[in-house]
Design a protein around this ligand. Structure first.
Ligand code: FES
Length: 164
């Protein structure tokens, strides 16, 4: 009777063992892979350091006067989270014609400030002066102040921030 369904290669017990193993492995993969991905994915996420930062409405900035703006960025690099502050100067020329300078000196990266009396940017580290348009007037800086790429979106001024 049972010989009709009897396989010469595999008995019922072996078949059940194989099917159970396959189902167990499949279930472990379904449950385990997302958990492994959850724990490993932060290490694969690198901070890009490439963002568009809103500086608010352009009308907030007076015409022809470099005006400071500062912002903080929080970076997540793997499991490490760090926050850093940055600065910029907005020089609104007319309408939507605007220049945004980095406040980092191009010599050794000290922060510059706007000196209204001198009508220039001043770097206190080595007594350097930059003109209103970022050009080097005196001191050791090898090049003008860096400028951010800008764009307007819904009345907001944005700068393209790239780290490094
Ligand atoms: S760091 Fe600004 S002049 Fe040296």
């Amino acid at each position: 009777m049972s010989s009709k369904y009897h396989s010469p290669n595999m008995d019922r017990r072996s078949f059940v063992k194989i099917v159970t193993s396959i189902l167990g492995t499949t279930m472990a993969a379904i449950v385990g892979l997302p958990m492994i991905q959850f724990f490993i994915s932060p290490a694969l996420n690198k901070a890009t350091g490439d963002d568009w930062i809103s500086l608010g409405p352009l009308e907030n900035y007076p015409l022809d006067i470099p005006t400071p703006f500062s912002f903080n960025l929080t970076r997540v690099n793997g499991w490490e989270r760090s926050s850093q502050s940055y600065g910029a100067f907005v020089l609104r020329q007319s309408g939507t014609d605007v220049i945004v300078f980095s406040d980092v000196c191009t010599h050794l990266s000290c922060r510059v400030s706007w000196d209204a009396d001198q009508d220039s940017f001043f770097c206190p580290c080595h007594a350097a002066f930059f003109g209103k348009y970022g050009e080097v007037i005196s001191g050791p800086p090898p090049r003008p102040l860096d400028r951010y790429e800008t764009k307007m979106e819904e009345g907001q001024l944005l700068i393209h921030f790239q780290e490094g």
